[in-house]
Design a protein around this ligand. Structure first.
Ligand code: ZN
Length: 263
């Protein structure tokens, strides 16, 4: 019995363009292959993203980067099999609470506390996601869940995968929004570099949480690689295949083994 059995629709909740592909691209491709309709909610345009050195460097810190990352997300989503009508921005209806004017949530940025663990940035924009009340963010996520009525919502674990404040915030909002709507929620569990796993069960915060279900999705490597190449402002794909290199120089394997844990 898989937690994907009989699931017709899934909503992925992510913080920035590229997270859907880096963390869950293989899972999205698998769902598309199974005939599951996948919707994607993205919270920000990743305005604070550091840009890969090269022809796109000039975009760093400019409004043009915002448009480029929107374009990159469209490219990646199409590669993964997500339809245009199934992509949503947080703060834009229908991902906006009734009665509130549409707004954009901006990337909150981050700094590295140590390799593999991010923390809050030194300067945080007034419109940044982490500056918004959690209740407002949650109401916006809940509005979209109410509209789509997915069978399952998927987002980060309570540590945001690697600690990015925007990821943690979207975990909180997606979990609370799912609970409010009575929809099942699963967190993504990643294989750590040392073979350990992240997530509530390991962090100790999830006493009572069940075991993760693991999916070996290496059959989708080519699809994920194609989607990763769309995010050229943020990462490069290693020529030998199998790895990506982030704009900051961190190198990591392309993720094709993903765990899901129902909370
Ligand atoms: Zn992110």
């Amino acid at each position: 019995m898989s937690l994907l059995d009989g699931v017709p629709t899934v909503l992925f909740v992510h913080a920035h363009p590229d997270d859907e592909t880096i963390a869950t691209g293989a899972l999205i491709a698998e769902m598309a292959a199974r005939g599951i309709r996948v919707s994607l909610l993205t919270a920000t345009r990743g305005e604070q993203g550091e840009v890969v050195r090269g022809p796109l460097s000039v975009l760093e810190g400019t409004d043009a980067l915002t448009r480029e990352r929107e374009r990159e997300l469209a490219c990646a989503a199409a590669a993964l099999g997500i339809g245009l009508a199934d992509r949503f921005w947080l703060g834009t209806p229908p991902a906006r609470a009734a009665g509130l004017a549409p707004r954009a949530y901006r990337d909150s940025g981050m700094t590295w506390i140590r390799p593999g663990l991010a923390g809050p940035a030194d300067d945080i924009d007034g419109d940044a996601l982490v500056r918004a009340p959690l209740a407002e963010v949650t109401a916006d996520v809940a509005a979209l869940i109410g509209q789509l009525r997915p069978a399952l919502v998927i987002s980060y674990d309570n540590g945001g995968g690697y600690g990015h404040p925007d990821h943690v915030r979207m975990h909180e909002a997606a979990l609370a929004g799912s609970r409010a709507a009575g929809v099942a929620f699963a967190e993504v569990v990643q294989v750590g570099v040392d073979g350990a796993t992240s997530g509530a069960g390991v962090a100790g915060a999830g006493a009572g949480a069940g075991a993760a279900e693991w999916f070996d999705l290496s059959a989708h490597l080519a699809t994920v690689t194609a989607a990763l190449r769309c995010h050229a402002s943020q990462l490069t794909v290693d020529e030998g295949g199998g790895h990506i290199v982030h704009s900051g120089g961190q190198r990591e394997p392309i993720i094709t083994v993903v765990g899901l844990r129902l909370l």
